[in-house]
Design a protein around this ligand. Structure first.
Ligand code: AP5
Ligand code: MG
Length: 215
């Protein structure tokens, strides 16, 4: 099973990917996470991506498609892939088709998380994650069970993303509207698009994704 989770910043792609990994043993391929790791490690890709990401603009198609290509090639063929935040442009959608074909994989579902844009700023500015294991939280919607302690690994260190401020979020939303939303009709023509209300509770969204995967 290979699926794309599509939606604007803060729609819940990362949150739902983590659930799918846990429930179904799929693998999350998040270009955002890969780029943040490259920035942290100071690799050539990271050096190129850092300022672009801080502005909320899109990193070059070639960089992100190369990252996905390398990750997918290293994956066991029976492990399902969740594409989180990729593809984001028409050129990336074409590249993904080629990468999947090369690996003998097919795209089963494109799941769009529909969200109310006004709520996204609040979601994103309230987001934080465990500095050790990366588990995602939100100040009010999804705090750890014990304040200051990660549910997943017990760490007490947390961090916030440098691009999670209101101004950058607005640019990221614009990029989504202008460059990413236009790739949906191509997938619709293949009959593989499903839409989910991403404003529902995290567990409700997860249940709806599972229903799509069973269909
Ligand atoms: P990326 O890391 O992909 O960021 P994004 O698309 O802006 O999406 P987010 O990660 O912000 O949101 P999400 O949908 O994962 O939401 P989450 O689950 O965390 O990309 C970052 C940057 O990298 C880009 O701007 C670009 O520069 C670059 N980049 C990455 N990929 C690229 C590509 N392919 N091409 C070019 N450039 C690329 O949830 C958000 C918050 O809401 C959390 O706190 C969560 O707890 C909470 N929450 C989640 N679901 C719910 C719910 N149902 N109810 C209430 N709260 C919820
Ligand atoms: Mg994310």
């Amino acid at each position: 099973m290979n699926i794309i989770l599509l939606g604007p910043p803060g729609a819940g792609k990362g949150t739902q990917s983590a659930g799918l990994v846990e429930r179904h043993g799929m693998r999350q391929l998040s270009t955002g996470d890969m780029l943040r790791a490259a920035v942290k490690a100071g690799t050539p890709v990271g050096l190129k991506a850092k300022e672009v990401m801080e502005r909320g603009e899109l990193v070059s198609d070639e960089i992100v498609s190369d990252l996905i290509d390398a990750e997918l090639a290293a994956m066991a063929p029976e492990t399902g892939a969740i594409f989180d935040g990729y593809p984001r442009t028409a050129a990336q959608a074409d590249a993904l088709d080629a990468i999947l074909a090369k690996n003998g994989r097919a795209l089963d579902h494109v799941i769009e998380l529909e969200v109310d844009e006004d709520a996204l700023v609040e979601r994103i500015t309230g987001r934080f994650s465990c500095a050790k294991c990366g588990a995602l939280y939100h100040d009010t919607a999804n705090p750890p069970e014990t304040e200051g302690v990660c549910d997943a690994c017990g760490s007490t260190e947390f961090k916030r993303r440098p691009d999670d401020n209101e101004e950058t979020v607005r640019t990221r939303m614009q990029e989504y509207r202008a460059k990413t939303a236009p790739i949906l009709p191509g997938y619709e023509a293949r009959g593989i698009v499903s839409r989910i209300d991403g404003m529902a509770a995290i567990e409700t969204v997860a249940g709806q994704i599972d229903a799509i995967l069973r269909s």
